[in-house]
Design a binder for this molecule. Structure first.
Ligand code: 5GP
Ligand code: ZN
Length: 115
């Protein structure tokens, strides 16, 4: 837990968020500034700054996040329409919170490539 990290504090329930799912290693909550009808953030409870900092021991938590994404897409009713799972790494990608998070977006058509 990094007490200066916003998402560590959300995972610890020190800062309120609309948490939709929690397991041993993963928390999912609604983005405060949603970019689609469904916009969730899936994070490991362990503080990791981005995908670029992942180590060998992170395999199981990553698998849990991927499985949670599929289950949440079904629960949100966007599984049939399709959805996007994306993570930003560093400034050019637009990363603003430096605790690894995957955006789960769906509920509207989305263009590719992203702007
Ligand atoms: P990034 O740009 O780092 O990939 O995404 C960070 C995301 O975190 C943004 O989509 C932003 O709206 C969201 N966010 C920032 N602060 C908060 C907050 O305090 N609560 C919640 N639920 N989402 C936040
Ligand atoms: Zn953190």
């Amino acid at each position: 837990m990094d007490s200066s990290c916003l998402f560590c504090r959300i995972a610890a329930r020190e800062i309120p968020a609309d948490i939709v799912r929690e397991s041993d290693g993963v928390v999912a909550f609604r983005d405060a500034n949603p970019q689609a009808p469904t916009h969730l953030l899936l994070i490991p409870k362990e503080h990791v700054t981005s995908v670029a900092e992942l180590g060998d021991h992170h395999g199981s938590v990553l698998a849990d996040i991927m499985q949670a994404a599929t289950q949440l897409a079904r629960a949100e009713g966007i599984a049939d329409g399709g959805w996007r799972l994306v993570t930003n790494v560093g400034p050019d990608a637009g990363q603003t919170v430096f605790h690894l998070h995957f955006h789960l977006l769906g509920g509207r058509p989305m263009g590719w490539p992203p702007g």
